[in-house]
Design a protein around this ligand. Structure first.
Ligand code: SF4
Ligand code: SF4
Length: 350
């Protein structure tokens, strides 16, 4: 290697190390803030585009014809999330890389001092596109890879995406996590292990998820799937494994007892700008983000979710850990009784 190449490699290494440290400091400060106060969202998933270039067999989150949401509308939603005190905004879809103004969206998240993340199927990454995302200030990217070779359930396949992963390994300044999956009709569970090994080889972190079925709830794993699941977990990020102990119960087909804070600490904002509990429970509470108040926040924070025991959504579980030890929740029936008696007291009724 010539001197110039060595110098470039060293500068790149130094730059990545500094970026990594800055990101870690920001992460810790956000965690500290989340532990100190329960009254702000920790993570919001924002959908600027429902359209996707793929059609995975287990997915209920895409269409093939919707238009990108106008940049100014997306910015106004981000402004509102910032006003609510949101720490992390992850752009998701559909396939968000199809949004023509994704860079400006990422940049706007960073202007507000929020952490910027992206979930993508990986198809659109080129060196130029990665450099533009670096400049925009993207901090985290997650790609889920479902199998090694494409099949009728999924084309999010290692063979198709390997070149894109190599580009990311070479050019990305942001953190890349590769999530492999088990369950949900994925034919060959061994593929999850192949995907995770390749991710580690390329210097990415890796996680494994149990895929939810179409209504967002649990699909029990076979013995073979359970075995692969444990092997992949060992290859992955230790911190992540510690945060995801709920998955052991789910893999065994057992319900898991936790407090889902969706609608409060976690928000899912659909392309129409409505707040939902999550991607799998769209319609609740279904309130426009611009009208969302801390009263809505408190109600959802304190409401027990009927779907929690079999929920497989990793990111909402991780947010839930921050408050699992405090503020027991009430059932929707108890909440509405409380609200009625509150109104009764206010108007002096029996
Ligand atoms: S790539 Fe993602 S959004 Fe698109 S169909 Fe597959 S799972 Fe759904
Ligand atoms: S428990 Fe929470 S995150 Fe899971 S499906 Fe229900 S509302 Fe969504």
């Amino acid at each position: 290697m010539c001197f110039l190449c060595l110098f470039v490699a060293y500068s790149l290494f130094k730059m990545r190390k500094t970026t990594f440290l800055k990101r870690k400091v920001r992460e810790f400060s956000f965690i500290g803030r989340a532990l100190a106060s329960t009254r702000h969202p920790v993570l919001a998933h924002l959908i600027p585009m429902r359209r996707c270039n793929l059609a995975c067999g287990y997915c209920n989150e895409y269409d093939h014809n919707s238009k990108p949401i106008d940049l100014e509308i997306v910015k106004s939603r981000l402004n509102k999330l910032a006003d609510l005190g949101t720490s992390i905004v992850t752009i998701s879809g559909g396939e968000p890389m199809m949004h023509p103004e994704l860079d400006q969206i990422i940049h706007h998240i960073r202007l507000h001092g929020m952490i910027a993340g992206l979930i993508s199927n990986g198809y659109y990454f080129t060196p130029d596109r990665i450099n533009r995302l670096n400049k925009a200030g993207l901090e985290y990217l997650q790609i889920s890879i479902d199998n090694v070779d494409p099949d009728e359930v999924s084309r999010k396949s290692l063979r198709v995406l390997d070149k894109k992963l190599r580009y990311l390994s070479e050019y990305a300044d942001f953190h890349v996590n590769i999530n492999s999956v088990i369950g949900g009709g994925i034919k060959n569970p061994d593929d999850a292990l192949t995907v995770a090994r390749r991710a580690v080889e390329l210097g990415f972190s890796t996680t494994v998820g149990v895929i939810h079925d179409v209504d967002g709830t649990l699909k029990p794993l076979s013995e073979k799937e359970k075995d692969i699941f444990q092997q992949v977990k060992k290859l992955g990020n230790k911190d992540h494994a510690r945060l995801n102990w709920f998955q052991d119960s789910i893999a065994e087909g057992k319900p898991y007892n936790w407090r889902c804070r969706a609608g409060a600490r976690y928000l899912y904002i659909c392309e129409e700008g409505l707040v939902h509990w999550c991607s799998q429970q769209r319609g609740y509470p279904g309130i426009p983000l611009e009208q969302y108040t801390m009263e809505d926040f408190d109600r959802e924070y304190n409401t027990e979710k009927w779907c929690a025991p079999t929920c497989t959504l990793q990111c909402v579980h991780q947010v839930g850990i921050l408050d699992n030890w405090r503020d027991p929740q009430k059932t929707p029936a108890q909440m509405s009784e409380e609200q009625k008696s509150g109104v009764g007291q206010m108007i002096g009724a029996d």
